[in-house]
Design a protein around this ligand. Structure first.
Ligand code: HEM
Length: 142
């Protein structure tokens, strides 16, 4: 079906494997060093994340090639108290990097659409995050 397989391969559109790796490295360099969300990545293996994220995007947009073998997205982020502002920050960094690498508009649109579609699988509401971190949640009387 044309909508499920638009006939382009994300790695080819970006300019090949080396270019895709450079893009993803630029993305994770920025995420790891970011003042607002870098702490989430303090215990993470950057090389493994670069490889896994390339597989993820390759398997989910365009002609959906290859095989993402990591955990489902909700599960991968379950232990992290990611709030909507954290999500937005990562999303803006992704926009910056896709623009820096001059990713073609149809690929940019599909990639950012995939990212936004995953939002509710990775974020927590405030009280949920506080409870998961072990803080007491203050609930005023109605
Ligand atoms: C649409 C949004 C997102 C997508 C598609 C996504 C995708 C992924 C993928 C594919 C992995 C690798 C799983 C694995 O192979 O083990 C991962 C891990 C991770 N993600 Fe995300 N992610 C998203 C949002 C976020 C946000 C907003 C944050 C934090 C601000 C975040 C922080 C992390 C961290 C720290 C890991 C590594 C966990 C570890 O080292 O075990 N992610 N993500």
């Amino acid at each position: 079906m044309a909508t499920s397989n638009p006939g382009w391969d994300v790695i080819e559109e970006v300019g090949g494997s080396a270019r895709m790796e450079a893009l993803m490295r630029a993305f994770y360099d920025r995420l790891f060093d970011d003042l607002m969300i870098g702490f989430f990545f303090a215990m993470s293996d950057k090389e493994a994340l670069i490889a896994s994220q390339i597989d993820y995007v390759h398997a989910h947009i365009g002609s959906r090639q290859g095989d993402y073998q990591g955990p489902p997205i909700r599960q991968a982020h379950q232990k992290m108290p990611i709030l909507v502002g954290h999500f937005d920050r990562r999303h803006q960094i992704l926009i910056d990097v896709l623009d820096q690498f001059e990713v073609p508009p149809h690929v940019r649109e599909a990639w950012l659409g995939l990212d936004r579609a995953m939002r509710d699988l990775v974020i927590r509401q405030g009280d949920q995050a506080r409870e998961e971190m072990g803080y007491e949640v203050f609930r005023p009387k109605e």
